[in-house]
Design a protein around this ligand. Structure first.
Ligand code: ATP
Ligand code: MG
Length: 363
């Protein structure tokens, strides 16, 4: 298979087990995003793939060629890998075109310059070819770094938080441009990001590492968002509303309604997590739980609304709701809240009250 194939890789620094039998397969032309808490081994995995770190266990193959196993270590420069890290690491003393031709040293000067100009053109930086990095904005430097990484036509591109230095406006634009350049090049890309929305946007598939060095879940963005199999994965995308309940008659009853708990045993204690967009607010609704509005904040397209479920002495549970901006209730107005089960996830609890194993998608 063309692309990057990581099989059963484990890695420890001393007695710190950073990666535990992690596997990853990225066909040419696909983008896989790695998400995970700080210290979960994302950079270590990229460094192992690049050959900057000696592999301890497992196998890494690129286009069916084994580049690393416990007895093999193909040096980084012979792996056909492009690298780009958060700080871009452009050479400050070289201008833009010389930065990009740097990785093309084996080629005749004319060919190298033509290839570099072609790449700069693709990232919209051809007109800045003679400028030096310190005269460029962060976004422009990022584009040059991308051109430099792709100029030698790598088989695999490894990106470690490539957009984290950019402000949010710039980030949106650059990631769109980057994605189209990656897709045009057909390279197999692994991108580390801290931003789950960025992963949703960029990735064909997302891989989530836990802090135990294991893969918690892998799948297409839709699967990760709508079928999280782990509490941590469900909570990646921001605040959740959390409820406790017991499976009875094949259902779990929470104040917002009743959820099917297919596949769970009777009497099992569960946590139900509901995304803010899974709470439906209605004024004068006939069903649902009465709530009191605490505050509303306009985000643009959506409103973020805080509500309180009716409870004794105003002590009812607070909920966070994401709802279309046209919903603008008066603060004092009483309305009802119900549930869109597509955004609700059930996780069984163990005796200590911790969530265990996989979630059961609420129906
Ligand atoms: N060369 C090293 N020697 C010893 N420990 C290391 C080394 N490199 C990384 N570690 C440790 O391995 C663990 C994983 O580090 P890594 O940089 O891969 O995490 P990460 O997922 O990239 O985190 P972040 O999101 O903060 O960048 C951390 O506990 C780190 O301290
Ligand atoms: Mg890192």
């Amino acid at each position: 298979m063309k692309g990057l194939h990581v099989v059963g890789v484990s890695h420890a620094f001393g007695d710190n087990q950073v990666l535990d039998t992690v596997s990853l397969m990225i066909p040419a032309g696909e983008v896989v995003c790695l998400l995970g808490p700080s210290g979960s081994g994302k950079t270590t995995l990229l460094r192992l793939a690049a050959g900057l770190e000696q592999l301890q266990r497992g196998t890494i193959a690129i286009d069916d060629e084994i580049v690393a196993d416990p007895n093999t270590h193909v040096p980084p420069e012979h792996r056909g890998i492009g690298l780009m890290f958060q700080d871009y690491a452009l050479f400050p003393h070289l201008n833009v075109i010389d930065n990009v031709t740097f990785g093309l040293l084996g080629q005749p000067r004319d060919t190298a310059r033509r290839r570099a100009m072609d790449m700069l053109d693709q990232v919209g930086m051809a007109q800045h070819a003679s400028r030096h990095p310190h005269t460029l904005s962060g976004g422009q430097q990022q584009r040059v770094a991308l051109a430099r990484a792709l100029a030698p036509e790598p088989r695999v591109l490894l990106l470690d938080e490539p957009f984290s230095g950019l402000d949010s406006n710039m980030r949106g634009q650059i990631r769109e441009e980057t994605l189209s350049v990656l897709k045009a090049s057909g390279v197999a890309t692994v991108m580390v990001t801290h931003d789950p929305e960025e992963a949703m946007f960029m990735a064909d598939r997302i891989k989530i590492l836990g802090d135990n060095g294991k893969v918690l879940q892998a799948g297409r963005p839709h699967e990760i968002y709508y079928h999280p199999r782990h509490e941590f994965v469900a909570k990646l995308f921001g605040m959740m509303n959390s409820f406790r309940g017991i499976v009875a008659g094949g259902h779990v009853e929470i104040p917002l309604g009743r959820i099917s708990a297919e596949g769970l045993d009777e009497g099992v204690a569960v946590e139900v997590l509901v995304r803010p967009e899974g709470v439906i607010l209605e004024s004068g609704g006939a069903t649902g739980a009465p709530v009191e509005i605490i505050s509303t904040h306009l985000l643009g397209h959506d409103n973020i609304v805080r509500v309180r479920l009716d409870g004794t002495n105003g002590l009812g549970q607070e909920l966070i709701v994401r709802i279309h901006h046209t919903f603008e209730p008066e603060l004092s107005q009483r309305i009802t809240a119900s549930l869109d089960p597509e955004y609700a996830f059930i996780f069984p609890l163990d005796e200590a009250g911790q969530t265990v194993s996989q979630s059961v998608a609420a129906q």
